[in-house]
Ligand binder design. Structure first.
Ligand code: GLN
Length: 538
C-alpha cells in the first residue's frame, strides 16, 4: 500500500511571501528527522514551462538533471535538501492543458465533453501523485503558485480539495501562508487580511490546517489566540514567520515555532527522530562568522533583478562559507561597461564572473570585462555565454581575428568561433529545444578543473544552443587558451582555461545549478579561494 503523505502549501493576501522557502524549510526539517521528502511546484501560468520567459518576468530559469526548464523555487528545494528534482517537480497550467488536449486529440476521452472539472483537475491530481507513486518518498510537499482567490489558481485549489477528501486527514494537510501586516500609524499588527484569506480558501471547500504568518514583528500570544479562533486552527498551528536576515535561518526558525511537530502530529507520523541539523548548522556558523572578505563583480544584463542570477548568488554563499569568507557580489550592468571607464567600474574587485545570457544586448561590455580580468590577472569565471565571450575575446585580442564572433550575435560573421550546434540547425521551436540537462565532460589532467573536481568524468547541467567551434581549437590552444573539458561523445569543448593566468576558467555548462548547502560546488569554492588569494596580495 502506498503510504505517502501529502502536504499542500497555499498562499494568501499577497505574492512574494516566500512560500518556496517555507516549503523548503519544512522539507529540510522533515528530512532531518529521517523522512524521504520531495517538493513540487504547481504554477498557474499558461507557458508550458518557464524556459521561454524573460528573466525579468519570474527571475532565473532553473534547470534540472533531466533537462527540465523550471521555476527558480526548485533551486531552493535542491539547495536545501541536496536531492535532485526533475520534470515532475514543476508543472504549469500550460503543461496540464497541453497534456489534456493531446489526450483529447488521441480520442482518449471516448466522446465525452472535456471540462475543467473533472478532466483538468484529474490531470492535476495525477501530476501531484506521480512523485508519491514512485515509492521514493514518504512525504511530498506541493507548493501551489499564485495567491488564493486568483482566477487561474481555482482548478489547483479544487484539486487539492478533492485530494484532501480522497486521501483523508491523516494523509494530507494544507498549510496556508499569509501576511500579518504592521500598520505603523496604529502601531499594530493586523489580522484581518489573514481572516479574509482563510475565508476565501474556505469558500473553495478547504480548511487550512496550519497557518504560517509572515510578519515584520513578533506575534504576541494574544494575537496567535485570536488568529486561531477566527481562522479555525489550533493555536499551536499558528506559526510565526518573521523576516530573517538569511533564508538559511528559516529552517531553525520553523523548528523553534514547531512547524515540523504540528505537521507530524496532524499526519499521524509518530516515530520521528530528533532532527539532525549538524551539517546545516556548521554551514550557518561559517556563513555568519567570516574571517575575511572578497569582492566579486557579477557582469550581466539582468542585474536590476536579483532573482535573475539566484543560483549564482546562492552558490557564492555556499562557497563563501566553505572558504570562511564573506563574498560581496557587486552587480555590474554589462551595458554600462566601456573602454574608457572600465578601470574605474571594475576597480577593487578580487574576481570577475561573466554571467549566462541570450542575445546581443550588452555583450561588448562582457567581452571588455573578460579582457580586463585576463590582462589584470584577476580570477575569472565565465558561465555559458560568459565562456563564449571569453573565447571571442581571446580570438579577437590574442589571435587577432578582429571579427571573431558568435553566430548568435552576427549570423554573417566570417569567423564564427562560437557557432550554432549541428543538431540545433533544424530547430525552429523556441520552447524546450536547447541542449538541456546533464551531460558528461572529461577533464584534462593538470588543468585547474582537473584539480578542482574529484573525478575525471563529471556531469554538469546545460542550457544553450551555441558552442565552441572546434575549427578554431588548434589556433586557440597554440595561442594559450587550453580546452580542458571535452564531451567524450561529441567532442564538444565544454571548458577553456588560460594556463598562464592565475585562475581563468570558462565553462559552457551551469555549475550554479548544482551547488547546495551540503555540497558547495567545487568550482565556485575554488574561484572564491582564488579571489581570496588575490585579495590577500593587495
Ligand atoms: N546564448 C548562448 C547560447 O544559447 C548562451 C546561453 C546561456 O548563457 N545559458 O548558447
Amino acid at each position: 500500500m502506498n503510504t505517502t503523505k501529502y502536504i499542500f502549501v497555499t498562499g494568501g493576501v499577497s505574492s512574494s511571501l516566500g512560500k518556496g522557502i517555507i516549503a523548503a524549510s519544512l522539507a529540510k526539517l522533515l528530512q532531518a528527522r529521517g523522512y524521504r521528502v520531495t517538493i513540487q511546484k504547481l504554477d498557474p501560468y499558461i507557458n508550458v514551462d518557464p524556459g521561454t520567459l524573460n528573466p525579468y518576468e519570474h527571475g532565473e530559469c532553473y534547470v534540472t538533471d533531466d533537462g527540465a526548464e523550471t521555476d527558480l523555487d526548485l533551486g531552493h528545494y535542491e539547495r536545501f535538501l541536496n536531492v535532485s528534482t526533475s520534470q515532475a517537480n514543476n508543472v504549469t497550467t500550460g503543461r496540464i492543458y497541453q497534456s489534456v488536449i493531446q489526450k483529447e486529440r488521441r480520442g482518449e476521452f471516448l466522446g465525452k465533453t472535456v471540462q475543467v472539472i473533472p478532466h483538468i483537475t484529474n490531470e492535476i491530481k495525477e501530476r501531484i501523485q506521480l512523485l508519491g507513486n514512485t515509492g521514493d518518498y514518504d512525504i511530498v510537499i506541493t507548493e501551489i503558485g499564485g495567491t488564493v482567490g486568483d482566477i487561474e489558481s481555482l482548478p489547483y485549489i479544487e484539486s487539492v480539495r478533492q485530494l484532501k477528501w480522497e486521501l483523508g486527514d491523516d494523509n494530507a494537510l494544507v498549510i496556508h501562508l499569509t501576511l500579518v501586516p504592521y500598520l505603523s500609524a496604529a502601531g499594530e499588527l493586523k489580522t484581518k487580511p489573514t481572516q479574509h484569506s482563510v475565508k476565501t480558501l474556505m469558500e473553495s471547500g478547504i480548511r487550512a490546517d496550519i497557518l504560517v504568518c509572515r510578519t515584520e514583528h513578533e506575534l504576541s500570544d494574544d494575537l496567535k489566540t485570536k488568529l486561531a479562533l477566527f481562522c479555525n486552527v489550533k493555536k499551536d498551528a499558528v506559526i510565526q514567520s518573521i523576516d530573517a536576515s538569511t533564508i538559511y535561518d528559516v529552517p531553525n526558525m520553523m523548528l523553534r515555532e514547531g512547524l515540523d511537530t504540528v505537521t507530524l502530529n496532524k499526519l499521524n507520523l509518530k516515530d520521528a527522530k530528533e532532527p539532525d541539523l549538524d551539517r546545516w548548522n556548521q554551514f550557518l556558523q561559517r556563513h555568519k562568522n567570516p574571517k575575511g572578505k572578497v569582492r566579486i563583480g557579477l557582469i550581466g544584463k539582468y542585474v536590476e533583478l536579483q532573482d535573475s542570477y539566484k543560483s549564482i548568488l546562492e552558490s557564492f554563499i555556499h562557497a563563501g562559507a566553505e572558504n570562511e569568507v564573506k563574498v560581496e557580489v557587486v552587480s555590474i550592468h554589462s551595458e554600462h561597461i566601456d573602454t574608457n571607464t572600465i578601470a574605474t567600474t571594475l576597480s577593487g574587485l578580487d574576481g570577475i564572473l561573466v554571467a549566462p545570457g541570450f542575445g546581443e544586448r550588452g555583450i561588448e561590455g562582457k567581452i571588455e570585462a573578460v579582457r580586463y580580468a585576463r590582462e589584470n590577472n584577476l580570477p575569472f569565471l565565465g558561465i555559458c555565454l560568459g565562456m563564449q565571450m571569453a573565447v571571442i575575446e581571446y580570438s579577437r585580442n590574442i589571435l587577432g581575428i578582429k571579427d571573431a564572433n558568435s553566430t548568435e550575435m552576427s549570423e554573417s560573421t566570417q569567423n564564427p568561433v562560437i557557432d550554432l550546434m549541428e543538431d540545433q540547425k533544424s530547430v525552429t521551436n523556441k520552447g524546450g529545444t536547447m541542449r538541456l540537462g546533464a551531460w558528461e565532460c572529461e577533464l584534462k589532467e593538470g588543468s585547474i578543473v582537473g584539480g578542482v573536481y574529484n573525478s575525471k568524468i563529471i556531469e554538469e547541467r546545460h542550457r544553450h544552443r551555441y558552442e565552441y567551434n572546434n575549427d578554431y581549437r588548434e589556433q586557440l590552444e597554440n595561442a594559450g587558451m587550453a580546452a580542458t573539458g571535452i564531451n567524450p561523445d561529441t567532442g564538444l569543448v565544454e571548458i577553456v582555461e588560460i594556463p598562464s593566468h592565475p585562475w581563468f576558467v570558462g565553462v559552457q555548462y551551469h555549475p550554479e545549478y548544482k551547488s547546495t548547502v551540503a555540497n558547495p560546488h567545487p568550482l565556485f569554492v575554488a574561484f572564491v579561494k582564488a579571489a581570496h588569494e588575490h585579495a590577500k596580495k593587495k
